[in-house]
Design a protein around this ligand. Sequence first.
Ligand code: SAM
Length: 220
Amino acid sequence: MFKKILSYFIPVNLLRKDSEVSQRLEVTLNYGKLVLDSKNTNYSYGSLQRILRKGLHYIGFERIRGFSNILVLGVAGGSVIKTLSEDIGYKGKITGVEIDPKVIELANTYFGLADVPNCTIVIDDAFEFVLKTKDRYDLIIIDIFKDTLMPNFLFEEFFINRINFLLKVNGFILFNTMTLTQKDKDRNTAYREKFSKDYSVRMYPKVEDHNELFTIKKLK
Ligand SMILES: C[S@@+](CC[C@H](N)C(=O)[O-])C[C@H]1O[C@@H](n2cnc3c(N)ncnc32)[C@H](O)[C@@H]1O
């Protein structure tokens, strides 16, 4: 209780753990709420949760409630999974893929991820997982970072084509990116151009400072 009150004045660190993937993982109380951070950025809850919530809002909560199968690539503390289940009231299946087992331990211990119904967490590299899965999805959320870095494969044609193949017609991709430099902005512009006219691509710049979101709808 004391820590919670103190956190309204200064952030209170509850746990610090080394991670091979993210260098460091930290659980912190900030304004009475728990957040998960990597060494240099917010990973889950806090601003990250607000960013993805906006993306889901652009797609439409009502539409999302009608979906039956959602894939989340990059789980961390599981804040978007909680938004889907608790704020939006989505009742279908969720599969979350996360490369770092330590992050899932924290998600279960501090953020109650294991309590979300119909949610399966797979510890795997998202790149490997999308090659193996036999499912098709209504919504694919791509939120993959190693600290502030986004792996190159996310922007390569091979991965894009595979994700597009796994997406059902009328389904959506929600892709969270970080644009810290002009090079990142150019990378995003080039990404947009990789989609044919069978896809409706929208870009939402400056969602909380450095994040740029894409929503991509498969039209046919
Ligand atoms: C910003 S966090 C995800 C936040 C999460 N979507 C949420 O709603 O709270 C990024 C996550 O991507 C994970 N990650 C990095 N590379 C990955 C990969 N190749 N495959 C799967 N997960 C990866 C990191 O371990 C980290 O947990």
